[in-house]
Design a protein around this ligand. Structure first.
Ligand SMILES: C/C=C/C(=O)SCCNC(=O)CCNC(=O)[C@H](O)C(C)(C)COP(=O)(O)OP(=O)(O)OC[C@H]1O[C@@H](n2cnc3c(N)ncnc32)[C@H](O)[C@@H]1OP(=O)(O)O
Length: 482
């Protein structure tokens, strides 16, 4: 057995097994710290919580009726795992726990792990709350006790009276990040580092921004893979408690990732998305900002400008996946990308800074104006108004409105598009991007000269020869970016 620090492996997600059927799957820490894929594990009836679902998922509360199409990985029903993979439940039924018709399934983590029920019934919630707190303190005690290396088991077994409550939500009472932090600090013996990796960074709540190849997450999140996925990177904003507000810490992490991408020769497309349902980014962290001195604000704005400028200068295509609100600096981040795709969840998009007595300070005035023209940019900025995806597309700062799917429609569409970019000659795509970006700022004649220069850079490449050869041989080209 190897010993490893469970760091990026905090993606220990909820798994519930009922009558030997796995209703939701995930990574499990079994007593003793052994890490297994929950799919392969078998628990006895009841909620098996000798593992800790933390991270983005927090603890979920859902009942059997909450399993919906959105929660199925790639249309596969999570009920019963692969044996029942064809079973897709398309309707959302009222929740029996809350007796409320307002109950809706919400896919919590990119189709991965079922629903988080929005428990409307206060009575039910308070009935559960006391238990949650007790259990939470037990869990915390275990994790905070660094001397405890012994195998541990925490059981939050369901009793008969709460049979329909498949999982107990700790969300309201739990600062999940602190639990996660406790977890990441605690070395846990684990048997398979490899298994862990495939579930890693996206859901590590200790990381505010993660960067991972699509190939790491495509199977679990999308249920489909493509040979090009390893060339597509996904930058994920992961600060749920503050709706991804850009704090100094978040900006620093973003800076690190974006800097690494500036010199990457293998990434063919970058997708920027959020792991927080209903949110892309709520802009600059206003709470942090409140306590900043003038020099600190200056430094922050300078940092923001640097990072956003770097995003706009990335050599590969970039797509902002707006599956939720994007306000102020959040929208400004999206504006730095080559394309913005917005889904039905993107109901609040706007440069809202003037409402706060400030102006867009991360390139918003300039980038929005370039996209929609001065009059529309002025209307948006002066009024600080929020628009939805369709209106944003009509105005011109959203390029594609994704309609298929709900919570992750934009991401899904972006993946589709990114794969179509990634199969083409990567050097050619980069050269085209450069020609467009720079050429746009030049007079037409100079732009044509510049286009020619860009063309020149690819004339001697192996990819170009491969393109011609593949055409002659009537096959798909295999580009290597050489
Ligand atoms: C150069 C760049 C400048 C800028 O970007 S200026 C900032 C522009 N952004 C904004 O004006 C957005 C401010 N936020 C809001 O208006 C609302 O929030 C939202 C519409 C985004 C969401 O509203 P709702 O769904 O009702 O949620 P909630 O309870 O307000 O927020 C959940 C938690 O998120 C925190 N939060 C939201 N936005 C920010 C932010 N921008 N900075 C810091 N924290 C934020 C809240 O405070 C709260 O947290 P708690 O529950 O602890 O109070």
């Amino acid at each position: 057995m190897q010993t490893g620090l469970v760091r990026t492996y905090v993606a220990i997600r909820a798994s519930y097994v009922d009558n030997d059927k796995v209703l939701a799957r995930g990574l499990v820490v079994k007593p003793g710290g052994e890490l297994v894929d929950a799919d392969r594990s078998r628990f006895s009836r009841g909620l098996a919580v000798d593992f800790l679902p933390v991270g983005l998922v927090d603890w979920m509360l859902f009942c059997r009726h909450c399993v919906c199409r959105r929660c199925c990985a790639g249309g596969r029903c999570l009920r019963g795992g692969s044996e029942h993979s064809q079973q897709v439940i398309s309707t959302v039924e009222p929740c029996r726990i809350s007796n409320s018709r307002s109950h809706r399934c919400r896919c919590h983590v990119r189709k991965n792990f079922g629903c988080t029920g929005q428990l409307r019934s206060d009575r039910s919630a308070s009935r559960l709350r006391g238990k949650r707190l007790d259990r939470l303190s037990t869990i915390k005690r275990l994790f905070n006790d660094t001397n405890t290396r012994a195998p541990f088991t925490i059981r939050l077994g369901l009793n008969e009276t709460t049979r329909d409550t498949k999982m107990i939500s700790l969300r309201t009472s739990l600062a999940s990040t602190s639990l996660a932090a406790a977890l990441v600090r605690r070395p846990i013996a684990c048997s398979s580092i490899n298994v862990l990796r495939s579930y890693s960074t996206v859901t590590d709540p200790s990381q505010l921004v993660t960067l991972s190849p699509l190939s790491d997450i495509a199977k679990s999140e999308l249920g489909s893979t493509s040979p090009y996925d390893e060339h597509i990177s996904v930058l994920t904003l992961n600060r749920a408690p503050a709706k991804n507000a850009i704090s100094r810490a978040l900006l620093a992490e973003m800076d690190q990732h974006v800097t690494s991408l500036l010199t990457s020769s293998t990434v063919r497309t970058l997708l920027i998305r959020s792991s927080v349902p209903g949110t892309f980014c709520a802009g600059a962290d206003l709470k942090e900002r409140k306590g900043m001195s003038k020099p600190e604000v200056d430094a922050f704005l300078l940092g923001l400008r640097k990072v956003f400028t770097n995003v706009s200068r990335l050599p590969m295509p970039t797509i902002a996946c707006l599956d939720g609100l994007a306000m102020g600096g959040g929208l400004e981040l999206a504006l730095t990308c080559d394309l913005r795709i917005a889904g039905p969840a993107a109901t609040k998009l706007g440069l809202t800074e003037t409402k706060l007595g400030i102006i867009p300070g991360a390139g918003g005035t300039s980038r929005m104006t370039r996209l929609v023209g001065p009059a529309r940019a002025k209307e948006l900025i002066f009024s600080a108004k929020l628009v939805d995806a369709v209106e944003a597309s009509r105005i011109g700062f959203v390029d594609i409105v994704a309609k298929e799917g709900d919570g992750t429609a934009a991401f899904n569409k972006a993946v589709h598009l990114a794969r179509s970019f990634a199969k083409n000659g990567p050097l050619a795509v980069r050269a085209a991007k450069l020609a467009i970006d720079k050429g746009e700022q030049m007079d037409p004649e100079t732009a044509l000269d510049f286009e020619r220069q860009c063309y020149e850079t690819i004339l001697g490449t192996k990819d170009r020869l491969e393109g011609l050869k593949a055409f002659a041989e009537k096959r798909e080209p295999v580009y290597r970016g050489e």
